[in-house]
Design a binder for this molecule. Sequence first.
Ligand code: FES
Ligand code: FES
Length: 214
Amino acid sequence: MDDDRIKNKPVSEGRRRFLIGSAHTGAAALLLGGGGGVATAKAGTASTSEQVQPDIRATIPTELNVNGMSHRADLDSRMTLLDALREKFGLTGAKKGCDHGQCGACTVLIDGRRELSCLTLSVAAQGREVVTIEGLAENDGRLHPMQQAFIDHDALQCGYCTPGQILSAVSCVREGHAGSSEEIREYMSGNICRCAAYTNIVAAVAQVSQQMGE
Ligand code: FES
Ligand code: FES
């Protein structure tokens, strides 16, 4: 097994298991009344083996702030933000590529930072500001400079990776990591483009970086 496979595979799978485990723990707390009150009350009257175990498959009321709007639904505690966006809220801009944190197609902004929505549990995104590609343009329809730059530089072919590339590119510039082609390539390396539009993507990011004085 080469270094990359050793480095990538266990990390993504391990993290996913951790996230799901965390969801179960969090959901259990919610289902048990926030601080595990039901379990505490039962502890006085029943033995440990008789305590009622929460159903981890139960849905829980979830409210997400996406593109400045509140979205509510009863969601499976194990549902990722990516699936909630696409399947529950009809926001299909974030794409499902690998679903394992390795391609960047699902990138969204959470509290202004780029995050992989396939590795983010929907319940964990509550109370945070989520921005998807659908929310990047101005309300009057004017495109974000990065969207315009991608058009100007013909930085997409099939377009599947493009929403994730654009949101990651916005963060790349905001982070101050767009000072050179090499730096842009390094800090955009988490976003894979199977059409290999990389040269034009780098040009688009560089243009916006100059516009923003980075
Ligand atoms: S779909 Fe999330 S990183 Fe590939
Ligand atoms: S434009 Fe096709 S995957 Fe990037």
